[in-house]
Write a protein of this length. Sequence first.
Length: 81
Amino acid sequence: MARPKSYRDLIVWQKAMALARQAYALTESMPKREAYGLTDQVRRSSVSVASNIAEGHGRLTDLQFRHFLGNARGSLYEMQT
């Protein structure tokens, strides 16, 4: 099966972007003392999910794409933690 022309057409990327928006919204209410700790970590890991999906889509082979999908999955686990 061929990949869509744009990573933006991938449902998984769309869901990852929604997750990042939710993470930003939820961390708005965290204490200011967490601005460079937990808040920053949650935000960075959430953005990393969508970023890895997009970067993997831009790679030349399916093997490379799967590698970046694995990275995205790792960022999901990081965010859960």
